[in-house]
Design a protein around this ligand. Structure first.
Ligand code: ATP
Ligand code: MG
Length: 441
């Protein structure tokens, strides 16, 4: 061998050594980078299983996860690692690994690990099986990730959803119960209202039978008594003296007829015979009747408004309404007092609250009858318009006066209101709508 050849060989050997050193360094760097990356992820462990020799090489993270000492890496069979798997998942995991090895394919599996102290952790493993080429073994390698925290969050969400449904169901149930309770209470109230209405109806019927039956009885007694006396006088041949008893019987019968007339007019609400009339003229024409009705110790003042508008109404009904008010005032002042009858033009607004019913705003003529007599307590005032309500002794009042005035006012498109205070007196106002004559063509 020449010296030149020898030196060439030496150079080649040096180059080869240098190249091998460089490639070993590169490999070392790569591994170091990989290890650093895996450490940085802090949950990933790797394995490399030499299937032919059944030697399981792992990094320390994978070993720790599976409860194996890291130094034993590469010295134990795979079964040692499977020991750490939760008993319920072990069979499934074994099957999946076998399948992957048989297929020489991909692997992805979730499974649980159970520590010696009983704590359970969830793992997600992903890997691949590589067929060993000629001279090299079949290998199965991959990485495992601890997904316990994610699983916990998932489970918590699941629980929340489940309890949410339960909570919604509970709330729905509570609402249904509250609703049922409300329905029961409403039914109960309806029953109570119905009972109250019935009681009020019976009270009104009672007042009717009580008041009217007494009045009729008095009138019948007058008629029967007179007839009886007439019979006796005729039997005794004193026919000339019978005249006064017939008069008494006729007067009683007429009072009875008048009462039935009032009852009928109240119940049927007879139609009004309307005509335009001058309120002041009507009141003036009644002044004499008012004076004779009021009684001696009561002072009567009539105050007629200026240019009072016309009204279109039934004069007979209006007269009897005013007369009723005069009689009421008189009865409220047994020891005398002052009685004032007024007429005036007024404008009513719909916010006026002294009447029971809503008011149509507009121009009205007011007829006012006021006294400074006994007045009414709030309880009496509340019932004053009720038909058959009276505080007067049996036979002296039917309790129909104010109720008829109320009906009349309603039918005329007007209103009636009472202001009264016990001990001070009463003021009754009857408002009838202004009559506007249609302009002639
Ligand atoms: N001016 C008044 N002062 C005090 N109380 C009154 C007055 N007007 C009416 N009342 C009370 O209102 C009740 C009802 O009056 P209403 O005119 O309807 O019937 P009445 O006067 O009792 O009987 P009737 O009018 O049939 O003779 C009266 O019984 C009385 O208690
Ligand atoms: Mg009366």
């Amino acid at each position: 061998m020449t010296a030149a050849k020898t030196s060439r060989r030496r150079r080649t050997a040096i180059k080869l050594r240098q190249r091998s050193l460089a490639s070993r360094k590169a490999q070392h760097d790569t591994e170091e980078r990989l290890q650093l990356a895996l450490t940085a992820t802090n949950g990933v462990g790797t394995w490399d299983w030499n299937i032919d020799q059944d030697l399981f090489v792992t990094d320390s993270r994978f070993a720790q996860m599976h409860g194996i000492e890291p130094q034993l890496s590469g010295q134990l069979p795979i079964t040692a690692y499977l020991q750490g798997v939760h008993p319920d998942d072990r069979a499934l995991l074994t099957r999946t690994i076998k399948d992957c090895v048989t297929r020489n394919g991909e692997y992805a599996q979730e499974y649980r690990l159970q520590n010696l102290d009983g704590k359970v952790r969830w793992i997600f493993a992903r890997g691949r099986c590589f067929s060993g080429g000629p001279g090299s073994a079949q290998r199965f390698m991959g990485a495992a990730l601890d997904i316990t925290e994610r699983k916990k969050t998932e489970q918590a969400l699941l629980n929340l959803n489940e309890t949410l449904e339960e909570r919604v169901a509970q709330r729905t149930q509570a609402l249904a119960e509250a609703n049922a309770q409300l329905q029961r209470e409403m039914q109960e109230r309806e029953r109570a209202e119905e009972a109250l209405r019935h009681a009020q109806k019976m009270e009104a019927v009672g007042q009717l039978t009580g008041g009217i039956a007494h009045d009729f009885n008095n009138m019948l007694t007058g008629i029967l008594g007179s007839l009886d006396l007439m019979k006796r006088y005729i039997a005794a041949g004193r026919i000339t003296e019978v005249g006064r008893f017939t008069d008494a019987a006729v007067s009683s019968a007429q009072r009875a007829a008048a009462l039935t007339h009032r009852l009928l007019s109240f119940s049927r609400r007879q139609s009004l015979d309307r005509r335009p009339l001058d309120p002041n003229q009507l009141v003036s024409s009644l002044q004499a009747l008012f004076s004779s009705t009021k009684g001696a110790n009561i002072d009567l003042h009539v105050e007629l408004g200026e240019d009072v508008w016309a009204v279109n109404t039934d004069s007979g009904q209006l007269e009897s309404a005013l007369l009723n008010l005069i009689i009421n005032a008189r009865d409220a002042m047994p020891d005398g007092g002052e009685l004032v009858v007024r007429t005036a033009n007024t404008y009513l607004t719909d916010s006026q609250s002294s009447t029971l019913e809503p008011i149509k705003a507009g121009e009205y003529v007011m007829f006012e009858v006021s006294d400074n007599g006994a007045g009414m307590t709030p309880q009496i005032l509340a019932k004053a318009f009720d038909p058959f309500f009276t505080t007067k002794p049996v036979g002296q009042g039917t309790g129909l006066g104010l109720s008829m005035i109320y009906g009349f006012a309603q039918q005329s498109g007007g209103h009636v209101s009472i202001i009264s205070e016990s001990g001070s007196g009463t003021r009754v106002r009857l408002h009838l709508p202004r009559y506007l004559e249609k302009t002639q063509a």
